[in-house]
Unconditional design. Sequence first.
Length: 446
Amino acid sequence: MSDRDLYLVGLSHKSAPLEIRERVALTGDPLKAALQELTGRDGVGEALVVSTCNRVEVLVHAQGDGAARAFFTDRAADAGGHLYVKQGREAVRHLFRVAASLDSMVVGEQQILGQVKEAYGVACAAGTAGSYLSRLCNRAFATAKRVRTDTDIGRGMTSLSQVAVELVEKIFGDLAGRAVLLVGAGKMGALSAKALAGLGADRILVANRSAERGLALAAQVNGAFRAWEELPHLLVEADVIIVSTGAERYVVTREMVLAAMRVRRHRTFCLIDLSVPRNVEPACATLSDVFAYDVDDLEKVVATTVDARRDEAARAEAMVEAEVQAFTQERRARAALPVLGKLRRHAEDIARAEVERTLAHLGGLDEKGRRSVEAMALAIVNKLLHGPTTRLKKAAASGDTELPSAAASLFGIEVSEPDAPQAAAQPAQGEDPEAKPAGAAPPLPS
């Protein structure tokens, strides 16, 4: 299979609402099983799934995009109308842009590269990332690193956690005299705590199912760990609650918030859900004195930062395009070079066969005479192939696939894609999940 057999099918915050994205998001063992199911389908050679809070995308090296589409529609029948499909070079470009954070809700955010690396690591562990996806992903990682190093696209507000904190600042100003509750002790919680530090919160509370991880985060942010079972009471104490867990259900419900608000005497608080699937029941947004937002709501805040990064993003786009071009040419060159080897072997096999036939007819030649005939035959082969070899090498270097294809067709040579050793998976620790739009969220503060 060639580059034309690369398909990317996906949903993102740009194409689908949260309630659809959360139904197709997968992690852990279910994701491994889904990958193996993909490569078990006819015509699918390799597969990778990037599943984050803002996107779920399936990459397959396959004979069509049917299996990748089915990944979504089997899990959410109404997902079909929100899918985007990219093939060949367009799929390569999209992956490079995603890894370089050019397609993120927050352009320049730092978590997405780790998430793509983690997706590649999961695919390697599941045995679904072979030589093609290994080369593609490693080139995407190198491109993202170049963008991060050679541009200032990562300056300023570069994570959903920072966006959430900016939203908190718009609502409350500073947090003097207020308490912050982090529900979940993953990377998003840690990033949120660091970003909140500058707003002067009196207390930072951490609630997490795993006491070990919760205590570690609490120590890191100079906060206090509280047992998971205390969550309903913590909603009374805290003024800002940031939720980012890996749970597949609501951990904060409307009834919990309503009960807390009665005790708080309707003192305003802010509830931000950074999880995908959502961990805060959307109906919380309908309650009085509650500011409730999810990941999709944060996109409106992000819009205010777009202009600041426009020039750096343009530089990054040019870098990505150059890397896409280089990868495509490299792949074409890899497809052209095997033609040379097979053409030469084909010619040498014919020459040797003719030498044996000629020597059998001549008979009586000594060893020196035999070697002379063999050398003459191979010299003829070398002289005949010198011009074609030179031109095929130039074609390989320039990315021209037409000449190698014509040569293969002319001489009846079948060339399969060359294999390369599978790159070792080096999954970077992934970041956050993503969230969905809560239909009744109050308007964002201006």
